[in-house]
Design a protein around this ligand. Structure first.
Ligand code: AMP
Length: 221
């Protein structure tokens, strides 16, 4: 692949998925969410999906081998040549180093890692209200982003919505713990390399979108 490689770092609920979809629209980049890829593998009942299901429901991190195999396959598809926003990957030091090696194969490197900075306490409320259109995947929230017509998706008109199994309050605490123990150290990893930026992600969606657009717009294509 060629094109920019932008990483969104941040705990569950920080808005990585929402903002990655907006960056797709604003810059023509491809959102690459390992969480979405793993959920698809679980639905399809693949070997990787079967291995990942219980781990995801417990709020822990899926093994690096499984995640890296899924990521490598996705990165080999032609559309990612437009450039990618990595949402939820890398999540461990092993994954960050493997990403560096994978990109080096095509003479590339991470262009920017953007840390979405939030308070843990607010994350529990954000996560508890979120749901997705079952038809097109558009994201909504009980308090912060309701469809214009109650119960009808703004984007596709669908009327069925789903909530993630791992968004239950009991699982969210474990996901935040996994973030702080295994993923937050990557902020220093990218900072040391001089490609880290931080964005206040407690601001509303539009403000965070503008801040990200300024940053991504400043990264050479
Ligand atoms: P997400 O949609 O990014 O919140 O991910 C949902 C769940 O999928 C996580 O809680 C993990 O169990 C798993 N997962 C997603 N991405 C990764 C990753 N890069 N490494 C390990 N586990 C992951």
């Amino acid at each position: 692949m060629a094109g920019r490689v932008i990483i969104l770092l941040g705990p569950p609920g920080a808005g990585k998925g929402t903002q990655a979809r907006l960056l797709e629209q604003d810059f023509g980049l491809i959102q690459l969410s390992t969480g979405d890829l793993l959920r698809a593998a679980v639905r399809e009942g693949t070997a990787a999906g079967l291995a990942a299901k219980a781990v995801m429901e417990a709020g822990a991190l899926v093994g690096d081998d499984i995640v890296l195999a899924i990521l490598r396959d996705r990165m080999a598809e032609p559309d990612v040549a437009a450039g990618v926003i990595l949402d939820g990957f890398p999540r461990t030091a092993v994954q960050a180093q493997a990403l560096d090696r994978l990109l080096a194969e095509t003479g590339q490197q991470v262009d920017a890692a953007i840390s979405l900075e939030v308070d843990d306490a607010a994350m529990v409320a954000r996560i508890a209200g979120r749901h997705t259109c079952a038809g097109c995947g558009e994201g909504y929230h009980d308090d912060f982003r309701r469809p214009a017509v109650a119960g009808v998706c703004d984007r596709c008109g669908g009327t069925a919505f789903t909530r993630r199994a791992d968004d239950r309050a009991e699982t969210v605490g474990e996901r935040l713990r996994a973030y702080h123990a295994q993923t937050a150290p990557l902020i220093a990893y990218y900072d040391a390399r001089g490609c880290l930026a931080r964005v206040d992600a407690m601001a509303d969606i539009a403000e965070v979108r503008s801040a990200l657009a300024r940053l991504v717009g400043g990264v050479p294509a």
